[in-house]
Design a protein around this ligand. Sequence first.
Ligand SMILES: NC(=O)c1ccc[n+]([C@@H]2O[C@H](COP(=O)([O-])OP(=O)(O)OC[C@H]3O[C@@H](n4cnc5c(N)ncnc54)[C@H](OP(=O)(O)O)[C@@H]3O)[C@@H](O)[C@H]2O)c1
Length: 318
Amino acid sequence: MATQIGWYGLGSMGLAMATNLQRHLSSTQALSLLYSNRTLSRGDSLQQLGAVPQSNFKDLVSRSNIIFTMVSNDAVLESLINTAIESPGTSIASKIFIDCSTVHPQTITSISSRLSSKSASFLCAPVFGGNPVATAGKLVFALAGSTPEVRHNIIKPLIQDVMGRKVIDCGEDPAKSSLLKIAGNIVTVSLMETVGEAQVFAEKTGLGTEAMEELINEAFGPIAGGYSKRLTTGAYAPELNTRPGFGVSLAIKDANHALSIAQDKGVELPSVELARDNMASARDYAGECLDSSSMYGILRQKAGLAFWNEKSRQGGGK
Ligand SMILES: NC(=O)c1ccc[n+]([C@@H]2O[C@H](COP(=O)([O-])OP(=O)(O)OC[C@H]3O[C@@H](n4cnc5c(N)ncnc54)[C@H](OP(=O)(O)O)[C@@H]3O)[C@@H](O)[C@H]2O)c1
C-alpha cells in the first residue's frame, strides 16, 4: 500500500516546509500531501501545488500513515496528540508521528510514551534556520526517536535535500533532539541580543548601521548578518496583521525552556536571561506582532532612541 503523508501546521515555517515536501512528492509520483491547519486558508498555495486539504487533525491522522506536525508550542502539540489518541473509533497503531516544533524535552518524552502505548511511533525533528532557509529547503534538522531503520530509510529521505540540507542523527531517545534544539537556541537568542547591542552602539556613536551590518556579514557570517538585517529593514517590528518571521512569544518560550533546564542542572545562562527579559519588555511595549529580534527596540529605548526605527512600523500593537 502506498504511503500517505499528512502535514499539520502552516505557520511561518510549516507552510514553507510543507510546500517543499509536496513539490518532492509530486516530482517522485508519490501520493500528494494531505494537510490541515487551524486556519485552513493558509494552505491555498499548497492546494494549488496538488496537496489536499483536510478539515481537521483527526481526519488528517485517520487518512495518513506518516503525520508531520509544526506548531507553536507544547500546549498546541499536546492537544493535537490528545485528539489523535482519544478519537473514538480511530486506531493509530503503526502510524508514524514526527514533530518539527520546538518543545520541551519532557513534553516530547511524555508524548512519545503515550503514542507508543497505542503502538504508534514518534520522532522528534526540530529545525534550525528561519523562514527564508525553510523556503530554500536548507534547514538543519535534529532527528531522534524510533529505530535507525525508520529514521534512515523512511524519514530521512523525506527531509534530506527536500526540506533540509543536513540531518543530525540524535539516536533513539526523541528527547535528545529536542534538547539539542533548545541548546542551539541559547546561541540564537544571545546572538540576536548581541547584534542588537552592536547596532544601537553603531547608531549612537555615529558609526552608522550600514557599516556595522557590512562588518557583521563579512566578519561574523550570514546568520549574524541576517539578524542585523531584521533590524535595519525594520522586520523586528513588522506591520500589524502580518506574521513575524520568528514570533517574539515563540522565542520567549524557547528561552524559558533553556532557562528551566539550565536551572535544574545548576547552569547559569545570563545572556539568555537578558535576551528573554528584553523580548518580554518589547512584547509589553508593542504587543504580539514582533519578531524575536525585537529586543532591539528595548535596547534603543535604553539608549534614548525611539523603540521604532525608520523602517519598522511606527507604533501600535497593544
Ligand atoms: N520561525 C522561525 O524562525 C523558527 C525557526 C525554528 C523553529 N521554530 C519553531 O517552529 C515552530 C513553528 O514556528 P512558526 O514560526 O512557523 O510559528 P507560527 O508562524 O506562529 O505558526 C504556528 C502554527 O501553529 C498553529 N497554531 C497556533 N496556535 C494553535 C492552536 N491553539 N491550535 C491549533 N493550531 C495552532 C498556527 O495555526 P494558524 O495558522 O491558524 O495560526 C500555525 O500553523 C515553533 O515551535 C517555533 O518555536 C521557528
